[in-house]
Design a binder for this molecule. Structure first.
Ligand code: DON
Length: 311
């Protein structure tokens, strides 16, 4: 299939709608000033083919897309012990909801809601302490993402500071879990990790490649004979993306797109076609559920044009 032509066609079709609908996330001040009239799309196939169109080389704040990478790192390090602290059920609630956590004694429903990602960050901080405090969880996260891209990836310090300055709900979620004995480390250290992971800057081309292991049973996107996750772990990450990756829109996304997806409030979405390819799309204006409006449209067009689906 000529993927390059498919991606270019999608960007041409959607370009007239840029800026028409949706709103850029404004609850993090450093994200509020992003120009909504941007659209990028890129893909990486199992055999290493890459294609990209639109603003695919423009870096943006990956936000909750980082939860895929921190989950990957935690699964590599903890194996099944990770699931003692975190569930695998869709939440059916907003990504930053406090109510469910109270009802469920501080155990987050899944690793992709904020509470779950904060619990994953806690596990990563503990792992560093287990090594005698050599390095940091933040450095481990950047090292993983950089190795998957094949180039250095950095945090956006301004976004991280903005997250910390206005992260009242995340601070509440972390303290709530701590009060239930579900975080082992200092709330500040865990949140510092979480706020930084959200502030990673990447573009669509880097994201498609970095998440490329998800479409090929965990194989590293370009290092021969190197495994990021094993086959079972990879299937599980994809299962979680399908059921929990787009928060309370997950049912509609499965219905309309039919691919495991993970979204972030920076407007990025990563989607996986198992055994074929990983796709990254970005357009900053969000719909009411916090997912990129044109990003979702781009994915709908992609599956319509290619016929690809997990179903
Ligand atoms: O925790 C937050 O509020 C953000 N830094 C990340 C949220 C996010 O991307 C949720 N995604 N849709």
């Amino acid at each position: 299939m000529n993927y390059q032509a498919v991606l270019e066609d999608i960007v041409t079709t959607l370009r007239p709608f840029l800026g028409a609908d949706g709103k850029v996330a404004s609850y993090i001040p450093a994200l509020a000033c992003i120009d909504p009239k941007q659209l990028g799309i890129a893909l990486h196939t199992c055999n290493g083919e890459e294609a990209a169109a639109g603003d695919s080389a423009t870096p943006f704040s990956i936000q909750s897309l980082s939860k895929v990478f921190t989950l990957t790192l935690a699964m590599q390090r903890l194996g099944d012990a990770l699931w003692e602290r975190i569930g695998r059920e869709p939440s059916g609630s907003a990504f930053n909801s406090l109510v469910q956590l109270e009802n469920e004694q501080g155990k987050p429903r899944n690793p992709f809601i904020n509470a779950g990602a904060i619990a994953v960050a806690d596990r990563l901080v503990s792992h560093v302490q287990g090594k005698g405090n050599r390095g940091s969880a933040k450095a481990d996260i950047l090292a993983l993402v950089s190795s998957l891209c094949g180039e250095p990836i950095e945090f956006d310090a301004e976004v991280a500071a903005s997250e910390a300055a206005t992260g009242y709900r995340n601070i509440a979620l972390a303290n709530f879990m701590k009060s239930f004995g579900k975080l082992d480390n200092d709330v500040e250290a865990v949140l510092d990790t979480y706020f930084h992971q959200c502030a990673i800057r990447m573009n669509c081309q880097q994201l498609a490649r970095a998440a490329g292991f998800l479409c090929c049973d965990g194989a590293h996107p370009f290092e021969q004979d190197s495994e990021v996750t094993n086959e079972r772990q990879t299937r599980r990450i994809n299962a979680l993306m399908l059921t929990c990756g787009t928060y309370d829109a997950a049912g509609d996304v499965a219905f309309n797109i039919g691919l495991p997806c993970k979204s972030g409030v920076g407007g990025g979405i990563v989607a996986v076609v198992p055994d074929r390819l990983t796709l990254a799309v970005w357009s900053p204006a969000l719909d009411a559920t916090g997912n990129s409006l044109l990003g979702m449209k781009a994915l709908e067009l992609f599956v319509a044009k290619t016929g690809l689906s997990v179903f």
